[in-house]
Design a protein around this ligand. Structure first.
Ligand code: BG6
Length: 477
């Protein structure tokens, strides 16, 4: 078989500060959204409901993000393990509230900045390129409580100060940046991305799109600033991408699926990549009573601050039907659809669809013709440690192998794919369910939902498999 992956392809793994660092009150860090999210399966419901109260109540809930997997103290050991697998790139986020504990200070925290210096230096030691998400579901809590999150235009200014600070500080250390994680998930779960809980279902869309508009301006400003401060930087957007399949060939269902894809998959990308709201936005906003406050200069900023590349998470496709009954619904990563009879599901009910990744890559490249990176993909599963200490996660290897094969196909289709960072390369706290038991890693972490565990790291079978994938540049699968 011909070589599919280009030389210099960026193989690696992905994480987010709030899901692995821990040390939630160390180094002068302020509280952020993730610090008030309870652990356990109930989290998803809390995330979607209205009126979340943002208080920590340890008598009722556990807060696994407070400890994470203690990367804050163990980053050297973890980075050494990534290096052993041959990582070319490591996706991580900076926790905004380590740099500006409240989010609205005038001066940054030196202790916070110094922590990420140490992490970047450690990566450099092994020749691993950092890929940094600037905002990954980590809005400082003070900005949420005092300002109402991203609904408030003031966050655009606070974000600019934060971004300018980290670009200046890390200009010689970080070349690849992503602005907002899964920006298009905002309307479904405004709490995660926009830092507010809708007051009611009636206000959800209006407030979410206003918050998104602020993020579009903030992201475009960041791109412009990044190019000024770090001339050879590459700054991307980050989408949650699930191709939308029509349930059947009923034209009403086909049209509905197309509209779902337009609004969910493409609206944010069109703004961030093409620099303008898409043609269908006007009618959609009108039909949903959304009236945006767009200030003078915003549309110019958005036009001038288009991204250099597109990154996205891919876990599953989504099957859509215009009229659906509750029994037909499946589970999903922020958004689910109706069950697809051709697909099997993970332990958490997420449908597994490797071909959907090839569809996604072709759809995104066909629309935008910009370089792509898959910055999240993986299988959340229960792992078992055998008596001899081994962890035989063949199911994870199968999942990743089939997805990587489809990336190879997409590259042969002509898609310009530059990198792949599988999600949760080391076990960490799940975002949607706050569980440790939903494991994605090549590296097992001895930590459990009841809080027990030594935090010891162990190489899983997939660790050795992925090492060979990277070593052979995707040929040995
Ligand atoms: C993405 C997020 O939605 O999916 C990650 O960017 C998250 O933060 C990942 O962890 C997997 O989801 P979960 O809920 O299984 O952790």
């Amino acid at each position: 078989m011909a070589k599919q992956f280009p030389e210099g392809f960026l193989w690696g793994g992905a994480t987010a500060a709030n899901q692995l660092e821990g040390g939630y009150l160390e180094g002068g860090k302020g509280l952020n959204l993730a610090d008030v999210l309870p652990g356990g399966k109930g989290r998803l419901k809390l995330l979607s409901q209205t009126g979340f109260d943002f208080e920590i109540d340890k008598s009722k809930y556990t807060y696994p993000n407070h400890e994470g997997i203690d990367f804050y103290h163990r980053y050297k050991e973890d980075i050494a393990l990534f290096a052993e697998m041959g990582f070319k790139v490591f996706r991580m986020s900076i926790a905004w509230s380590r740099i500006f504990p409240n989010g609205d200070e005038l001066e940054p925290s030196e202790e916070g900045l110094a922590f990420y210096d140490r992490v970047f230096d450690e990566l450099e030691k092994y020749g691993i390129e950092p890929l940094v998400t600037i905002a990954h579901y980590e809005t400082p809590l003070h900005l949420i409580k005092e300002y109402g999150g991203w609904r408030n235009r003031k966050l655009v200014g606070f974000f600019e100060r934060y971004v300018r600070t980290i670009f200046k500080r890390y200009q010689d250390k970080v070349k690849y940046w992503l602005t907002f994680n899964e920006i298009n998930g905002a309307t479904h779960m405004p709490l995660l991305g926009l830092g507010f809980s809708p007051e009611s279902e009636e206000t959800r869309l209006q407030d979410s799109f206003q918050g998104l508009h602020h993020q579009f301006v903030a992201s475009a400003q960041a791109v412009k600033l990044g190019h000024e401060i770090i001339p050879d930087s590459q700054i991307g957007c980050m989408l949650i991408y699930a191709p939308v399949y029509s349930y059947d060939s009923n034209p009403d269902n086909v049209m509905h699926a197309k509209q779902e894809a337009d609004v969910f998959n493409f609206l944010c990308g069109d703004v961030q990549v093409r620099g303008e709201y898409p043609y269908f936005a006007k009618r959609y906003f009108k039909n949903h009573n959304v009236e945006l406050d767009i200030q003078e200069g915003d549309l110019e900023t958005i036009k001038e601050g288009t991204v250099d590349f597109i990154s996205f998470s891919y876990y599953m496709s989504r099957t859509d039907k215009k009229v659906k009954t509750p029994e037909e619904l499946g589970e999903g990563n922020l958004v689910g659809g109706v069950k697809n009879p051709f697909l099997k599901s993970s332990d958490w009910g997420w449908e597994i669809d490797p071909v959907g990744l090839r569809v996604a890559l072709n759809e995104l490249y066909g629309r935008y013709q910009k370089p792509l990176m898959v910055v999240e993909n993986g299988l959340g599963a229960y792992d078992k440690v055998e008596e001899d200490g081994s962890i035989n996660d063949d199911y994870r290897i199968d999942y990743l192998r089939e997805h990587i094969k489809q990336m190879g196909e997409a590259i042969e289709d002509g898609v310009d794919l530059r990198g792949y960072t599988s999600w949760g390369c080391i076990d960490l706290v799940s975002a949607s369910s706050g569980e440790y038991s939903k494991r994605y890693g090549f590296i097992y972490v001895d930590k459990h939902d009841d809080g027990s565990g030594t935090l010891e790291r162990k190489r899983k079978k997939s660790f050795f498999w992925y090492k060979d994938v990277i070593y052979s540049n995707g040929e040995n699968l």
